[in-house]
Design a protein around this ligand. Structure first.
Ligand code: FES
Ligand code: FE2
Length: 402
């Protein structure tokens, strides 16, 4: 069923490839320049988007062992993700019930128990308080209610979604708007985690915009991807989540094959986003499939963000492939860092001049248009109930045939 959907998308894209064109939006769209600088706007985006929605906090491949964990900080909130011996994922505020120290340092590993570095209270990976140092001298304590504070979490399609606020409304399936089965086609949960790069960037939307448009590819990336790189875009959406592919030579190869023989790798090509902060792009290493999965988080100020580039291999690499992977990671990191983010930094700097009151997204930048429309709608939702009502009412969008 889902493969049929992938085939339908590729078939529509193929029709555009045959005429070397792509669908256009009805009109251009302006976005106020202050949306990239305003403290007020940035705070609203954190409160109504990042603190209200399920975020991709980890990839299943990062915690694929029983008793593995990942400790991280998201928008200043310390989070501990664990997978127990039975494989169940949990999430907690990484904060000791005694006097609040972080129980685990940021990082990943395997552990059944976590010992707080301050006074050695011990927690198991289900979050229960399992030991109090010199218990007999401590005094009255009901240890049964002194576990770590749980946070909402759910694992879907090889991604670990979590909330950053205890007891917040959290419905990952409603949020994904039917996109889950499409994401599952990638089998990300079965991939090997092969690399990570952390980058500093500008305002999170300014950085994220670059993952949504193909318009810039043969221009900004002429020295890396090439000046004749295809920059046409065919995009579909499930609620705020989008998938876009290029009607390029690779799609044209499908014309010679019956749809049932269309290779899965081609059907999965392009960029897949998970709103509001993740971009998943597959690429080939020889005949094998790899992924670059970018996770963006707002930084400490409106003009800063952090990006984690995660790299997955859909195969078990040997030593030779390992070297190739490292070279490829280095190449992609340098494209993002020295071309995309370096350019975006010039925008952030120039915004201080106040010279432009708005930016404009073209009819050929529909993915950015849809992204900014969703940001606006979510920022305008007064309550979490209003937020989920937007997902309930969201329709799938499929780009038209020529
Ligand atoms: S703060 Fe953790 S044991 Fe005291
Ligand atoms: Fe780019």
């Amino acid at each position: 069923m889902t493969r049929q959907q992938l085939i339908a998308q590729a078939a529509r894209t193929l029709e555009w490839a045959k005429i070397a064109s792509a669908p256009l939006e009805e009109a251009t769209m302006s976005v106020p320049a202050e949306h990239y600088t305003s403290e007020r706007r940035w705070k609203l985006e954190q409160e109504r988007i990042f603190k209200r929605l399920p975020l991709v906090l980890a990839l299943s491949a990062e915690l694929n062992e029983p008793n593995s964990y990942k400790a991280l900080t998201v928008m200043g909130i310390p989070i501990l993700l664990t997978r127990d011996a039975a494989g169940e994922v949990r999430s907690f505020v990484n904060m000791c019930s005694h006097r609040g120290a972080a129980v685990v340092e940021s990082g990943m590993g395997t552990a059944r128990r976590f010992t707080c570095p301050y006074h050695a209270w011990v927690y198991d990976n289900k979050g229960d308080l399992a030991g109090v140092f010199q218990r007999e001298r401590f005094g009255d304590l009901d240890t049964s209610c002194k576990g770590l504070t749980p946070l909402p979490v759910a694992e879907r399609a090889g991604l670990i979604f979590g909330g950053t606020v205890p007891e917040m409304p959290f419905d990952v399936d409603a949020f994904l708007c039917g996109y889950t089965s499409m994401l599952e086609e990638h089998a990300l949960g079965a991939c090997q985690y092969v690399g990570r790069v952390a980058l500093r960037g500008s305002n999170w939307k300014l950085a994220y915009d670059g993952y949504l448009d193909f318009y810039h590819l043969p221009i900004l990336h002429k020295r890396t991807f090439g000046a004749d790189y295809n920059n046409l875009i065919c995009g579909d959406a499930w609620g705020p989540h989008q998938r876009h592919m290029q009607p390029d030579a690779r799609i044209m190869e499908l014309a010679a094959l019956a749809p049932e023989d269309w290779p899965q790798a081609t059907l999965l090509a392009g960029v897949w986003t998970v709103f509001p902060h993740v971009s998943i792009a597959s690429f080939r290493l020889g005949s094998e499939r790899m992924y670059q999965i970018a996770q963006l988080f707002p930084g400490e100020t409106p003009d800063s963000s952090t990006t984690i580039l995660n790299f997955l291999a859909a195969f078990e690499p040997d030593d030779e492939q390992r070297e190739e992977i490292d070279k490829q990671i280095d190449f992609l990191r340098s494209v993002v860092e020295f071309e995309d983010y370096a350019t975006v930094a010039t925008i952030q700097q120039a915004l201080r001049s106040g010279a432009k009151s708005e930016f404009v997204f073209g009819r050929n930048e529909g993915q950015n248009q849809r992204f900014h429309s969703w940001v606006d709608r979510l920022v305008g939702a007064d309550t979490p109930l209003d937020t989920y009502a937007l997902f309930d009412g969201a329709k799938e969008f499929h780009h038209p045939q020529p």
